[in-house]
Design a protein around this ligand. Structure first.
Ligand code: ATP
Length: 234
């Protein structure tokens, strides 16, 4: 197992955002986390990345990383594509990509940059332009490219298709599939339930911070419980 999250809880003061949630991601597989707004999906991802404080145990590639800084987690092989992309609009596209590699000391960063430009020709053409010239969909690609520049083994993606045109939504999901085919494990938070379940092997549904359902996605797609849990009508 690449990622094992056990009994994870996140609270903000008196507000409990995630309660006692356990999820796992197998090496090289895609798992989807679904749930309505406020269900705790972002808090879960941020806790795995170490940018939000949490209780519980997070194990990655055989090591307990719960006490680690987010920088150390990045070095270990976890990268986050955050909600809302968080592109730095006053930096160039290339500088944004290089931000993803800020902890690397190896000599292959330039080579990886070339790979990103092969993967995202729209970014290559405008590498020296500011991030602000990009459309929402292109910014999402940049956010994904930036995370890939850390050379992760596990990619945490927070609503990558949110607010994008149908064309870019398809592109995001195609990319998710092809990155996964190349061996990358992905934990995908999505409001696009159908497409997320089609891409993932395992699905988790959060409701008010708790795990409401968990199953292989084939089962989840057949299940009436999914609609109930997801839409919140018991
Ligand atoms: P969304 O899809 O709207 O981002 P989500 O499923 O990702 O929702 P979270 O963003 O993790 O859910 O939020 C879970 C709960 O925690 C919500 O009730 C939210 O209001 C609360 N919350 C999130 N961040 C904070 C914060 N920084 N301070 C206080 N409460 C917060």
């Amino acid at each position: 197992m690449l990622l094992e999250v056990r009994n994870l809880s996140v609270s903000y003061g008196n507000v409990s955002a995630v309660s006692d949630v356990s999820v796992h991601v197998e090496e090289g597989s895609i798992a989807a986390v679904l749930g309505a707004n406020g269900a705790g999906k972002t808090s879960l991802l941020n806790a795995i990345m170490g940018v939000t404080r949490a209780q519980g145990v997070v194990r990655f590639a055989g090591q307990v990383i719960s006490g680690w800084s987010s920088a150390r987690r990045v070095s270990a092989g976890i990268a986050l594509v955050p909600e809302g992309r968080r592109i730095l609009l006053s930096l160039t596209i290339e500088e944004n990509l290089l931000m993803g590699a800020y902890q690397r000391r190896d000599r292959e960063i330039t080579g990886d940059l070339t790979k990103m430009y092969d993967l995202f020709p729209n970014l290559a053409r405008r590498r020296n332009y500011l991030g602000s010239v990009l459309s929402g969909g292109e910014q999402q690609m940049l956010a994904i490219g930036r995370a890939l520049m850390a050379r992760p083994r596990l990619l945490l993606m927070d609503e990558p298709s949110l607010g994008l045109s149908p064309l870019f939504v398809r592109e995001v999901f195609n990319l998710v599939r092809s990155l996964n085919s190349a061996g990358l494990a992905i934990l995908l938070v999505e409001q696009n339930t159908r497409m997320a379940l089609q891409a993932a092997r395992r699905g988790y549904v959060l409701k008010l911070g708790r795990l409401a359902l968990e199953s292989d996605t084939e089962e989840l797609m057949k299940s009436d419980d999914l609609t109930k849990a997801y839409l919140g009508d018991d």
